[in-house]
Design a binder for this molecule. Structure first.
Ligand SMILES: C[S@@+](CC[C@H](N)C(=O)[O-])C[C@H]1O[C@@H](n2cnc3c(N)ncnc32)[C@H](O)[C@@H]1O
Length: 240
């Protein structure tokens, strides 16, 4: 069977619920860009998965809608919400169209590790632009495109240190990891960093911040080889 986000949704939800240092870190670097209190702010979480970011923003008193095209992910998000209500709601939708979201209806769009999954980045950014109010913000994380390029791997060097080996950075497009324990076995759209920046500008966003956060102690404890590299990139953009 070929994996998809739907077929790995149970595995992904369990991974996050049992505590994944990488995903907790990815959530926290995104939350760090948001105000501590979001009372009354309307947040759309694009590609919400099982709801890790939607629940955290709802806990800051935002009015949160999480959308994801995977019906199984949305079932997990709703289950988690039923078990421990945060106030977030969830619906099945495609980030490239956002047909369930009214034009000019949100103050923030968050997207944690999801824009690297949409097949059409321009369509997703155009949809995010449409649903945001003028001056609203888009904050998103992606696996760092330079170090998480297709088939990047760890290799031991002559002095015994483990280094990241990267090729194919310039080859954009869909690829699938061969790692049966990795989320990207469901597939992933590789894009150059310049592609993300150019697409933001082309779709009416001004760039407020670009970050390459240093892996925190949780990540380094779980994966010591990651100590010297940023696993994720964060972009904070403002809708014109
Ligand atoms: C790595 S998961 C991230 C989920 C969640 N944001 C998190 O931080 O755990 C990637 C998510 O992107 C979603 N995705 C794939 N294609 C998408 C699309 N066209 N629009 C929106 N989300 C999409 C997947 O279904 C999956 O839930």
């Amino acid at each position: 069977m070929t994996d998809s986000w739907d077929t790995i949704a149970d595995w992904y939800a369990e991974l996050l619920r049992s505590g994944s240092a990488m995903h907790d870190f990815a959530r926290d670097i995104l939350l760090d860009r948001l105000p501590e209190l979001l009372a009354g702010q309307r947040v759309l979480d694009l590609g919400c998965g099982e709801g890790i970011i939607a629940r955290a923003t709802a806990a800051r008193e935002a009015l949160v809608l999480g959308i994801d095209p995977s019906t199984r992910m949305i079932e997990h998000a709703r289950d988690a919400e039923r078990n421990q209500p945060s106030g977030a709601s969830f619906s099945v939708d495609d980030g490239c169209t956002l047909v369930t979201v009214t034009t000019g209806s949100v103050d923030w769009v968050t997207a944690g590790l999801s824009l690297n999954n949409v097949p059409d980045l321009d369509a997703a950014l155009s949809a995010a632009h449409r649903v945001l109010v003028p001056g609203g913000f888009l904050v998103f994380t992606i696996p760092h495109p330079c170090f998480e390029a297709p088939h990047a791997a760890w290799a031991e060097t002559e002095d015994g240190t483990v280094r990241r080996v990267v090729g194919d950075y310039l080859t954009e497009g869909f690829w699938r990891s061969r790692n049966p324990e990795g989320a990207r076995r469901a597939g992933n759209q590789h894009r150059k960093l310049s592609t993300y920046l150019a697409a933001l500008m082309r779709n009416g966003f001004g760039i407020e911040a670009v970050e390459e956060p240093t892996p925190d102690a949780r990540v380094v404890a779980a994966q010591p080889q990651r100590a010297g590299l940023p696993p994720f990139m964060l972009l904070h953009a403002r809708r014109a």
